[in-house]
Ligand binder design. Sequence first.
Ligand SMILES: [Zn+2]
Length: 327
Amino acid sequence: MWRFYCPSCGVEYPEEKYLPFCEKCGGGLEVKGELPGRKKILGEGDTPTVTDRYRGFEVNFKLEYLNPSGSFKDRGCSYALYMAKEIGYKASVVDSSGNTGLSTALYSSRLGMESYVVVPKYASESKKSLIKKVGGNLIETETREGAYERAVELSSKYYYVAHQTNPFFLYGMMSIGVELSDLAEGRDIIIPVSSGSLLLGLYRGLLEADSKNFRIIGVQAVERAALKDYVKVFGVVGGETSKYADALLVKNPRRLGEIASVLNEVGGGVVLVGDEAILNASEELHRMGFIVEPSSSVVWAAFKFLIEKDVARDSILVLTGSGLKYI
Ligand SMILES: [Zn+2]
């Protein structure tokens, strides 16, 4: 048996009732009690690691873009939708401009549920086309905010994935921390940070596996640097615009306080990356054999920047999303 509670305002919800976020304060929820274990649905997780050496450092690339829908979101979506089915929902809804939408559509179809994916009109055509191909019902709105509002309306009827605040999603994400726990020892783990679900899942998974001696460095798009006033900023690289980081758009992550305290606790911080560095890093990664999306290449730009600043260590770079969606 499990139930939700809100760590921000202290509200406790009745047993086994799903809510996408706290009804009182809108914040992220947590679970009390026992959840069913994480299960593989389409082979997500256990992604490969490729080890290179670069300018005297060991660098381990964790290939999250090889997950079934081409992004790390499959870890969270697979579990969130598995729980939706367990609870008895017949359909899901999500607002997303890309990776979460595709992952939601994919796992909903696989689990025999309908899905409604609300995207702003300007979302990439290839992602929209893929969402429809895997069986998602695509709903287009004028703006990103409009997509959110429509999804919240539909959440009265359907399971709203709400990946920023849904504790099932975070529980699914923890598997990456468990997988990296041995390798993490004494190393930096460099990851893109937008909504924070990767960072929080990674951190909680590492703790679950008893890892202690690691540092996490977040990378944010320079125009969406929600963390910059709350954690150590290692620096800015690559200019003042970040339009190519289209998967790193979240301005105000719902779990911002928790994200910042994790980075502070592990002695980490953020590197802010702009378009020039994103494009260079993307080009280099492709030639190294990693076909990743621009928003994922920020970790390579950040790692090289940390070397320049003389603060780099042996590292793990999480490559989050596939570049095949951008062709
Ligand atoms: Zn609350």
